[in-house]
Design a protein around this ligand. Sequence first.
Ligand SMILES: C[S@@+](CC[C@H](N)C(=O)[O-])C[C@H]1O[C@@H](n2cnc3c(N)ncnc32)[C@H](O)[C@@H]1O
Length: 293
Amino acid sequence: MPPPSNNPKRDDIRAKIAQELRNPGSRSGKPSRGKSRPTDSARAKPGKRPPMGIMTTTLWEYPSQHYDDHLGRKSQGSKDYAGASPSWAIWQLLQRYTRTGDTVVDPMCGSGTTLDVCKDLGRKGIGFDLNPQRPQITHADARELPMPDETADFVFIDPPYSTHIDYSDDERCIGKLDASAPMEDDDVMMGHAYYESMDMVIAEIDRILKPGAHMGLYVSDSFKKHKGKKSGTFMPIGFELFAIMREYFEPIDIISVVRHNQKLQRGNWHKAAEEQNFFLRGFNYMFIMKKPS
Ligand SMILES: C[S@@+](CC[C@H](N)C(=O)[O-])C[C@H]1O[C@@H](n2cnc3c(N)ncnc32)[C@H](O)[C@@H]1O
């Protein structure tokens, strides 16, 4: 506790905060409820899969990439596909922003995680990708989707975060564009080609979404270490993409999704981050936007 100030009101607030930290729920006078919300981040126990329930804060955490769905399946999409999205996070979005029978589009569907969550929840899933991993996903460039205007009730997208994963040999793959590429000639920012392509993808999402419908974009910032040096380049991909999306959509909220990447368990990564003074990525953004009605 900090020493008392000469402001009794402030001291009172500090005492209440200290009490709340020691005993959550006490401040309101209500005892903490025994009945926990199974998916609250604070209660997520590693290795255990709590039943799914709507998360109510902007900090989302779940101890597994997948959830046990009502069809009895224990995974959605493929755990072997590098860069697959956490299915439980897509579940959260679909529960809030769609209804049974709605059309949900994933323009970069990869291993089909979104399609599996749609099947579980009775939504009509449509997936596109340049590197489709199953026949239900249509081979298409997300910058030019073979879909009519204003026909999607929701769009989920998890794009490449710069060049961190080699998805395919397709030259059109946005994962080949470096978000830290130095500026050239008329470029207005580093990584110009990456952001220009993502702007085209976001414009396509705007075109296919029905007015008043929502979208979720899941992304992480990136840090590229310079080989053999103590320095590196930070790429604020989340904030840049958020700025682009604001040109098209109304922002609804920004969620921080705790990462449980296995690489984060490696002690040598933490040692390097400490010794070389950089940060490992601990969360992804889930940006939720709405197309104006
Ligand atoms: C992060 S992964 C998506 C993972 C997917 N949500 C899943 O759970 O499996 C990014 C995907 O974007 C795809 N991609 C990259 N550039 C693309 C483009 N121009 N058009 C369509 N898909 C693209 C890649 O092939 C990759 O599958």
